[in-house]
Design a protein around this ligand. Structure first.
Ligand code: NAP
Ligand code: HSE
Length: 429
């Protein structure tokens, strides 16, 4: 049996998952790729840290040159996270003719172009299946199975941490911070969990998927972003009352050569399959002009699911034969398509206001919506205290710009205390 030596950069949640899979499934992996895989080196920050896996201390190193200068190491697997030194180390590995696998969506979304170029120049493979959707094989699906299609739409739950938090808040009435703490303990959250909670992690993943699906470069600032920090138990309860569930959605669409790219919480009908994607599970709907609608579903975060995608990439490289060069890495967009401004997109909206309980207030607000061409589907009123009520409007489909203008004007009305929340409703029409 042929042997291949590889190196891991990082031995945290995912690095340990990869180590476990390589050991537990050693026989299957060897049979599937025709190589015995030896982890020759593992780069860490602290060699003395207690790890959740038993690993010979002599293979741990804090010096990247131990990996760069070992010409016997053919594949470098980056599982450190962050932009630097991950970018520098991956480039360094490619320049030394080593193939690279990564799970790092941040570096791909921000510095991907440079890495793809270097991989092409050096004739090495650069695979990144684990960067989107954890264990779900979405990158390979877009790149290979669906490559005969023009992809029209992507809608996904692509962040496990926020889906875990929203699930716990919805089904167990758990407090936001408690649910986040659990997600961190389970190894789903990023080192800085605000990247998950504020929607940045989903933005990076949407950028990677959209670049592949729509064949375009993506400027991250063109993706509209809202996180889940503003979702309150009361919104979750209203959603239930109206037949919805709140999810953090990532949406990418192409119409008339223009893209719409957004990440935000949305109310989705509780009867839709996406409403039942719970905990750390992710789901991605893809609409292709030939295949029609399809959905991929699976664990979007965690050591073994993510490790499964990483080891799958290692095996793909080995099947392509590590010693061959001039192999093509997964394609990414080269042109730049126009991204529509969020104000030009349209949706139905849930709008919750805190108002003074006085005659005429409802009419006043309704008149403002009417003036800005926002049509009301329903309104509910709940008493908050002796003088104030909660008013919840559900609109028909309206232009985001018109809704924003209405809200601005409603905020100036004397009898309106506060705009409590505004959440899009995605009915998948
Ligand atoms: P993690 O638990 O924080 O582990 C990071 C590892 O990298 C640690 O072992 C750390 O060493 C090492 N490291 C960090 N900076 C280093 C440096 N400058 N030099 C040497 N070693 C360094 O992170 P993780 O959750 O495994 O995530 C790893 C990557 O996978 C990230 O890009 C993340 O976005 C991605 N990802 C994560 C998940 C998930 O569910 N967690 C899912 C999909 C993708 P020490 O242990 O010595 O500190
Ligand atoms: N922090 C990410 C998530 C890890 O929660 O989805 C998977 O990319």
């Amino acid at each position: 049996m042929k042997k291949v030596r590889i190196a891991l950069l990082g031995l945290g949640n995912i690095g340990q998952g990869v180590w476990r899979i390589l050991n537990t499934n050693r026989n299957e992996i060897t049979m599937n790729c025709g190589y015995e895989i030896e982890v020759a080196r593992v780069l860490v920050r602290d060699r003395n840290k207690i790890r959740g896996v038993q690993i010979p201390k002599e293979i741990l190193t804090t010096d990247i040159n131990d990996i760069f200068n070992d010409s016997g190491i053919k594949i470098v697997v980056e599982l450190m996270g962050g932009t630097e030194p991950a970018r520098e180390y991956m480039l360094g590995a490619m320049r030394r003719k080593k193939h690279v696998v990564t799970a790092n969506k941040l570096v791909l979304a921000t510095r991907g172009e440079e890495l793809f170029k270097a991989a092409d120049e050096e004739g090495v493979l650069f695979y990144y299946e684990a960067s989107v959707g954890g264990g779900i094989p979405i990158i390979r699906e877009i790149n290979e199975s669906l490559t005969a299609n023009r992809i029209e739409k992507l809608v996904g739950i692509i962040n496990g941490t926020t889906n875990y938090i929203l699930t716990k808040m919805t089904h167990e009435g758990m407090d936001f911070n408690e649910a986040l703490k659990e997600a961190q303990q389970k190894g789903y959250a990023e080192a800085d969990p605000s990247s998950d909670v504020e929607g940045y992690d989903a933005v990076y993943k949407l950028a990677i998927m959209s670049s592949l699906s729509f064949g375009t470069k993506i400027d991250l600032s063109s993706i509209y972003r809202e996180g889940i920090g503003n979702i309150k138990t009361v919104d979750i309860d209203y959603a239930k009352r109206f037949g919805y569930v709140i999810k953090l959605l990532a949406i990418g669409k192409e119409t008339d050569n223009e893209l719409e790219l957004r990440v935000h919480p949305a109310m989705v009908p509780k009867t839709h399959p996406i409403a039942n994607v719970n905990d750390s599970f992710n789901a991605i709907f893809v609409k292709g002009n030939a295949v029609g609608d399809l959905m991929l579903y699976g664990r979007g975060a965690g050591d073994l699911p993510t490790g499964s995608a990483v080891v799958g990439d290692i095996i793909s490289i080995l099947r392509n034969n590590v010693d061959l060069s001039n192999l093509s890495s997964q394609k990414n967009g080269t042109v730049t398509k126009k991204v529509r401004n969020a104000s030009e997109s349209s949706s139905e909206y849930y709008i919750r206001l805190d108002v003074k309980d006085r005659p005429g207030v409802l009419g006043e607000i309704a008149a403002v919506f009417g003036k800005h061409d926002v049509s009301i589907f329903s309104v509910s009123q709940d008493v908050k205290n002796k003088h104030n009520v909660s008013l919840v409007f559900i609109t028909h489909e309206a232009l985001e710009g018109n809704v924003a203008e209405s809200i601005k004007e409603i905020g100036t009305l004397d009898r309106v205390n506060n705009l409590e929340n505004i959440i899009r409703i995605e009915n998948f029409n």
